[in-house]
Design a protein around this ligand. Structure first.
Ligand code: ZN
Length: 276
């Protein structure tokens, strides 16, 4: 089976990490300002015109951080349901959504898909059951807690259907996955956020700095009280199987497959048009 891939732009966001933590830009080992980072989801259309989706973009109500150090830019036409209908699809038409990882900017639109199963790696979900408090801020489980019955856990590399492989990569998050798609012009891999490494955000800022965030203006970024319990309970009831592959994970794994690789926040993809 061959697929067409349509990168769908659903707005962009800006985050000033230095402002959020109230520290100097020089205290960061990386550039602490993300400016107008575009958010893209990918519509996959098979030869029968049936559509699948990869990721669901961000929700305006949860941008990592707080104003004025975190903001979004989104025109109404770029709201996910409208952006999809511009390509002839309604959210209800979509029965398969692949989630590369559960960070807040990939799960924000899950609520629009009442008829979909959401495919997520076991390792990604397991991570949430053993998460350090500071890392809670990168996930917004409210996006998918009401949808747990629609979640489908996969473990390692699998052929989701002819022409679409899910590739376990880890890296950006411990259970990150990429999506390999068969197109008429050759294989294409959607590499999610594998380009980004936020290790230093989590490791290099002092515990005091995090504590200031948690007890100060950033308190709403942390999980509400019973949330971890609900996640643990659901996960403990799932069949998780055994991971099918243990090849070299990360970006090397993608390079070794000889496919064109596209990433979720690449400004060049906004006007790329259809890849086929
Ligand atoms: Zn992202």
């Amino acid at each position: 089976m061959y697929y067409k891939i349509i990168p769908v732009f659903n707005g962009s966001f800006s985050i000033d990490f230095a402002g959020i933590f109230g520290v100097r830009q020089n205290d960061f080992p990386f550039n602490p300002v993300i400016r107008n980072s575009p958010s893209l989801v990918f519509l996959l259309i098979d030869e029968n015109e049936k559509a699948l989706l990869v990721d669901t973009g961000f929700d305006e109500k949860y941008i990592w951080g707080f104003p004025p150090h975190a903001s979004f830019q989104r025109e109404e036409k770029d709201l996910l349901p409208l952006a999809l209908s511009a390509h002839g699809y309604q959210p209800e038409d979509i029965s398969t959504v692949i989630i590369t990882h559960l960070h807040w900017d990939h799960t924000g639109g899950m609520k629009y898909f009442p008829n979909a199963h959401f495919f997520v790696q076991v390792a990604e979900f397991k991570t949430l059951t053993e998460l350090e408090t500071k890392k809670e801020t990168a996930y917004h489980p409210e996006h998918w807690l009401p949808l747990l019955s629609q979640l489908r856990l996969v473990n390692g590399d699998i052929e989701l259907r002819p022409g679409i492989n899910l590739l376990f990569t880890g890296g950006h998050t411990p259970g990150h996955q990429a999506v390999e798609i068969n197109t008429r012009s050759g294989p294409v891999i959607l590499g999610g956020d594998l380009l980004f490494d936020y290790t230093s955000l989590w490791e290099d800022l002092s515990p005091d700095t995090w504590e200031r965030l948690k007890t100060g203006p950033g308190k709403d970024m942390f999980w509400k009280k019973d949330l971890a319990e609900r996640i643990n309970k659901w996960f403990s009831e799932q069949e998780t199987g055994k991971r099918q592959s243990e090849s070299v994970p990360g970006i090397k794994k993608l390079e070794s497959r000889g496919a064109r690789v596209l990433f979720s926040h690449d400004p060049k993809l906004i006007n790329t048009g259809i890849i086929e």
